[in-house]
Design a protein around this ligand. Sequence first.
Ligand SMILES: Nc1ncnc2c1ncn2[C@@H]1O[C@H](COP(=O)(O)OP(=O)(O)OP(=O)(O)O)[C@@H](O)[C@H]1O
Length: 286
Amino acid sequence: MSAEIMVFQEIGPLVTSCIDGYHVCIFAYGQTGSGKTYTMEGSVENPGINQRALKHLFNEIEERKDMWSYTVNVSSVEIYNELLRDLLSKDGEKLDIKINPDGTGQLHVPGLRVTEVKGFQHIKKVLAKARRNRITFGTKMNQHSSRSHALLCITVHGTDLANGSKTTGKLNLVDLAGSERVWKSGAEGERLKEAQNINRSLLALGDVIQALRGNQTHIPFRNSRLTYLLQDSLGKGNKTAMVVQVSALETNVGETLCSLKFAQKVCRVELGPAARKIESGAAQCD
Ligand SMILES: Nc1ncnc2c1ncn2[C@@H]1O[C@H](COP(=O)(O)OP(=O)(O)OP(=O)(O)O)[C@@H](O)[C@H]1O
């Protein structure tokens, strides 16, 4: 069995729970060049988590079609130098996060392109477009290094055909930019600025994890665009999984240890019982 299939066996139930009305975050984390983008996007012969998740999602929807009707909306953004770029717009339009004026207190990104996808073949085209628009540059550590965090955000609205109740699930698939030691990656000028922004936002993610783990009342979601954007899926009552990539090279042992320590911290976070999002606003616990 390939490693990708084994990883997906762990992830599959989380994808299913998004259809049931839960908010889910799946991250790829690790040093630059360790295989995060490969894990999320994969190759033509060996699709990654993004494609497998969406295939799984549409298969589930098909199986439930006599009992539930679903709509699936997809958007994709990258966070580059703390700026949001729409990966599904023609020219990677720059956007920002705002409080939704509808009074719900929810965050939204005005102008973000949201595409309703009807099936797996359609989503493949959407994923290809997002991939083409992503910013990559060559560094000493990776010839095609992603210099940004890429988020694929899938919202699933469900309607129970028997009683009309409605659910809203979210699945955030996140390919984080790689942490790097700038003296090793040879980053200077623009690459150095990117690396500093990447390391800063990964630190902010670490701070959020630390605060969640410590059950603190204030979780510093607002300290980076990444955590701010994921606020409604990353905190208590939601479901999160992190896939950590490490390098097999002895020269990277320092970075590998850092990644594993981060993974250990994440493992110890308890988000409590997950809450199902239903239209009435009430929450049902697992
Ligand atoms: N399991 C794998 N099988 C085959 N090739 C792989 C695998 N993992 C990674 N690679 C290859 O290694 C190279 C680096 O991988 P990738 O770009 O996914 O790293 P990354 O962690 O996303 O790096 P960065 O943070 O710099 O963007 C790529 O050429 C990728 O195709």
